[in-house]
Design a protein around this ligand. Structure first.
Ligand SMILES: Cc1ncc(COP(=O)(O)O)c(C=O)c1O
Length: 380
């Protein structure tokens, strides 16, 4: 694992860098945010600029609960929701509050590369369990649990980053049971749960908090805008009590009180629902264009699954190919991607490549895949 890897926040304008996992400018809803902000500010009360409730403003949590009840197709209640500043902060917060240096965290192989650094910041010992087509391999996990007593398990159940897999319902249920049987916490990073382009995925782990020791992390980063730094943790009453003991919320109150009012208005005005529909449409078209271009230009050089949601294609190359080495030549071809090794806890996955379709429109995706093909044909 390379804990020095950072995210590419400002790609060179001449490059089509599929390594960037952020929305393109045309999918960042400035007009929507203007409407929601005006709606809030036109009737704002002084208390809304004061410290907020530690758990998050109750009106925001009620609006979020109603949004999730539709999105997750299961009733959610405001009492089970805790306001966060997005999933990165939520993960850091959980580690700070509920783990101790030297504890073991189980991650998936592959896993979201920027989470590794958060675990290392808290002195956690990282152990990995492989992912197959149905998500985290539960029989392998059971083997690891015979020898190891983890404090935490980090999983991305739907539209995995980077692999795109979705954990089956049976595995979700078994994972929840295992957390009780073996006394570990599950941090379920459900950042892509609502970003499905065909059929919805199995029930969110956030709807199973009675069945296991689950902290489900949700975020507005992928369904509204990353710059808002707003998200939530959905959990059981006993784990909620622990979150509420945090010194940080006891001192500062709600982590992001002001933004939560604006987003509440976006939900109440129906803007969040219609924007999410628009995102699903746009991303679905991008998935299809990328898939088609990959077949046309890269074809037999790699294999991949058609993503059903999320942001990523995960390409597997022949065992002899070193994608990190190939990436050194990417700037010469004005292209970019993430090498698989970045997502491995033990420097594996050298022949995998992650491509994001979120940061470029359809035309740029077609052009970008041609450039990538050019690199592959010259350097493989
Ligand atoms: C799996 C996963 N978790 C967390 C994040 C970051 O989430 P947030 O912006 O809510 O901190 C990302 C963003 O790429 C992600 O892919």
């Amino acid at each position: 694992m390379n804990s020095k890897v950072t995210f590419d926040s400002r790609p060179d304008p001449g490059t089509i860098n599929f390594g960037v996992g952020q929305p393109s400018h045309d999918l960042l809803p400035v007009e929507l945010m203007r409407k929601a902000s005006e709606s809030f500010l036109s009737c704002a009360q002084p208390d809304e600029l004061n410290y907020g409730e530690r758990q998050g403003d109750v009106r925001f949590r009620k609006a979020l609960a109603s949004f999730l009840s539709t999105g997750y197709a299961e009733p959610a209640n405001a009492g089970s929701l805790f306001l966060s500043c997005g999933n990165s902060q939520a993960l850091d917060f959980i580690c700070a509050l509920l783990t101790r240096p030297g504890d073991t965290v189980i991650v998936e192989e592959p896993s979201y590369f920027l989470a590794f650094r958060i675990f290392l910041d808290h002195g956690l010992n990282i152990v990995s369990v492989p992912v197959d087509d149905d998500g985290l391999d539960i029989s392998q996990l059971e083997k690891v649990l015979e020898q190891s007593r983890p404090r935490l398990l980090y999983t991305i159940p739907s539209y995995h980053n980077p692999g795109g897999q979705t954990l089956s319902l049976e595995r979700r249920q078994r994972l929840a049971e295992l957390s009780r049987e073996h006394d570990f916490l599950i941090a379920a990073d459900e950042v892509y749960q609502l970003l499905h382009y065909y059929d919805p995925p199995p029930a969110a782990l956030g709807t199973m908090t009675e069945k296991g020791s689950i902290l489900s992390l949700g975020s507005f980063s992928k369904i509204l805008a990353p710059g808002l730094r707003l998200g939530w943790i959905q959990t059981s009453p006993d784990l909620m009590d622990k979150l509420m003991e945090s010194g940080a919320v006891n001192s500062g109150g709600s982590f992001n009180h002001f933004t939560s009012h604006v987003v509440r208005h976006a939900i109440e005005l129906g803007l969040q629902d219609s924007f999410l529909e628009q995102l699903r449409e746009s991303y679905r078209r991008r998935v299809e264009i990328m898939d088609q271009s990959l077949h046309e230009h890269i074809g037999p050089l790699a294999s991949w699954k058609h993503p059903e949601g999320g942001y990523f294609f995960w390409l597997k190359f022949h065992e002899s190919v070193d994608i990190a080495e190939l990436r050194r030549h990417a700037p010469e071809f004005n292209t970019g991607f993430q090498p698989g090794v970045n997502f491995s806890a033990h420097a594996g996955l050298h022949n995998y490549m992650r491509l994001s379709f979120a940061h470029y429109n359809e035309e740029s995706i077609e052009e970008g895949i041609k450039r990538l093909a050019n690199l592959l044909h010259h350097k493989l």
